[in-house]
Design a protein around this ligand. Structure first.
Ligand SMILES: [Ca+2]
Ligand SMILES: [Ca+2]
Ligand SMILES: [Ca+2]
Ligand SMILES: [Ca+2]
Ligand SMILES: [Zn+2]
Length: 549
């Protein structure tokens, strides 16, 4: 073990010195060198990596539609290992790192607006959130932070960091927690991470305490928490964006990130060209300053999520954040994807047209119990627009499975009358009598006691003529859509109102939803319409949605 420790040191420092000698910046990330070290020293590591990569790529190929609108939450433990007191960073500094991770992995970073136009369509909300563990591996309450004095001043440069007997801290079960070790590292290395396939004792991320978080002891130009953002990318199987080594023949294996010759440092001006393409140097997996990296691509999102589903899926049922995680976790920490009600109130009136790229939109959440197909944003169709929410029932072969799109919680304390209207489009696949179902449910007082106020299926749900098509359907224009208005006045009890849309799949055809309006005004124009369908809807409206079509 001592020999291994020394060789690891030599590789780290050797790499940094070698690159300095070429008059370049020192390599700030040690991931490639420890990866190479494992390839050299652990004969099974290479075959494990190959198998895992095949599995991950296979998952990606077969699950291209999965995992949109489905936020995955990763429980985190931070082990602080300090020699100098300055390395014993504060709880607040640790919380600031969790907040930064949630900011960037949910695309909530303000500097996302700086992404050049040519890459804008590739920007991803990775839909991964991080919570500081509230429950330790023994089921006891925890702050998600461990602290320990160590006599080694460069603990992170050796593999002592995960040996309790050598001044380090034993990993918490890596299948249930993302382990961060925060300590001093030598050789100009800011941090390093292990790709999927590394040994369970040391699988995790080591970050120098001067580059962890956004406050306290953090040092410019790595002071926006993006060292850890970058390392989590590695931990979820993302290589550096330019590939594993310098040149145009190595790439990161992600289709939508242009190949580049080498890393970028500092804050490059746009554009920069290499290997025949304009380079995406503002990507988190490059080496530019924290202030100058601000995006992940859709392909990288898919790669990271497939790493979770196919290799690190224990995180999803970990119980490490059983009570929603510790405070300081940032936006949505610990509650993503569970369909929990967000008890922050949203004022009325309210409109959602699904034109924004973030999905589910701000304040919305999704309940997707089977982690498979669910509500997504569609950019092929919308009423009076080209974007809507939809669910791919055409490919969703789990009959009876429910997926809920839950709206923000509304403040109804001063409402005396209220209505909801929405546009939707639906066509059946078959003439067999099978049908998917759309249902609207409401609850008061921030409770989980929902009641159904509208539920429609079969030819009553169909909005088109002919009423079925034996292929995956996209509306071709406004005439394929219907509008529904429901009177919510009978449900104005208590101070809050939660509304959700439920799709129950029957493996028929796609359902589209757009232009949800929750408004104090009670529409009257509907009275002028004369068609049977409109009269039916008007009757439905008058009776508060309590009669069914
Ligand atoms: Ca390259
Ligand atoms: Ca690429
Ligand atoms: Ca589902
Ligand atoms: Ca729209
Ligand atoms: Zn790296």
């Amino acid at each position: 073990m001592l020999l291994k420790k020394i060789s690891l040191n030599i590789i780290f420092i050797g790499l940094a010195l070698m690159i300095s000698a070429q008059n370049k910046m020192p390599e700030p990330c040690g991931t490639d060198s420890i990866h190479q070290h494992l390839l050299n020293t652990d004969p099974e590591y290479a075959s494990r990596r190959q198998k895992i990569n095949e599995k991950i790529l296979d998952w990606e190929k077969n699950n291209i539609e999965y995992g949109r609108g489905n936020v995955l939450t990763i429980p985190v433990v931070v082990h602080v290992l300090y020699n100098a007191q300055s390395e014993n960073i504060s709880d607040a500094q640790i919380h600031s790192q969790i907040t930064a991770l949630n900011r960037d992995y949910r695309m909530l970073n303000a500097d996302i607006s700086q992404v050049p136009n040519e890459f804008k369509s590739l920007i991803a909300d990775v839909e991964i959130e991080f919570c500081l563990a509230d429950t330790d591996p023994n089921g006891n309450a925890t702050s998600g932070i461990t602290r320990k004095y160590t006599s080694s001043s460069y603990l992170g440069s050796s593999n002592s960091y995960y040996y309790s007997s050598q001044g380090g801290q034993t990993a918490w079960d890596r299948d249930k927690y993302l382990n961060f070790w925060v300590c001093n590292i030598s050789g100009g290395i800011l941090a390093y991470a292990y790709f999927p396939g590394a040994g369970s004792a040391y699988d995790g991320i080591v970050v120098d305490s001067k580059y962890f978080g956004t406050i306290g002891s953090v040092q410019y130009p790595y002071n926006k928490g993006r060292t850890a953002v970058h390392e989590v990318g590695h931990w979820l199987n993302l290589p550096h964006i330019w590939g594993s080594s310098v040149g145009c023949s190595t790439d990161d294996g992600v289709a939508d990130t242009p190949d580049s010759y080498d890393s970028y440092f500092g804050c490059p001006s746009y554009p920069q060209y290499s290997c025949g393409t304009s380079d995406m140097f503002m990507n988190y997996m490059d080496y530019a300053n924290d202030a100058c990296t601000f995006m992940y691509s859709l392909g990288q999102k898919q790669r990271m999520r497939s790493a979770i589903f196919s290799y690190r899926s224990g995180l999803l049922t970990s119980g490490g954040c059983a009570s929603g995680g510790n405070t300081g976790g940032g936006p949505g920490s610990g509650t993503g994807g569970q369909g929990n009600i967000n008890c922050n109130l949203t004022p009325l009136p309210f409109v959602e047209d699904f034109e924004g790229v973030v999905f589910p939109p701000q304040g919305f959440s999704i309940n997707n119990p089977d982690n498979a197909f669910t509500w997504e944003r569609n950019t092929q169709a919308g009423y009076n627009s080209t974007a809507s929410a939809y669910i791919d029932n055409a490919n969703y072969s789990s009959n009876g499975e429910s997926d809920e799109l839950i709206m923000p919680l509304f403040d109804i304390s001063s409402a005396t009358q209220l209505s909801i209207s929405f546009d939707y489009a639906y066509k059946l696949w078959s003439v067999s009598g099978y049908s998917d179902t759309l249902e609207v449910l409401i609850s008061n007082n921030c409770s989980n006691n929902y009641q159904s106020i509208w539920k429609t299926y079969g030819q009553n749900l169909v909005t088109t003529n002919p009423y079925y098509i034996t292929s995956s359907w996209t509306p071709s224009g406004n005439s394929d859509w219907n509008q529904v208005s429901l009177n919510l006045t009978p449900y104005l009890s208590g101070d809050t109102l939660s509304i959700k849309f439920r799709n129950i799949t029957d493996y028929e055809n796609n359902l589209y939803l757009d232009n949800i309006n929750v408004d104090f005004a009670i529409p009257t124009a509907i009275e002028d319409k004369k068609t049977d369908n409109e009269w039916k809807k008007f009757a439905l409206f008058l009776y508060g949605g309590k009669i069914y079509e």
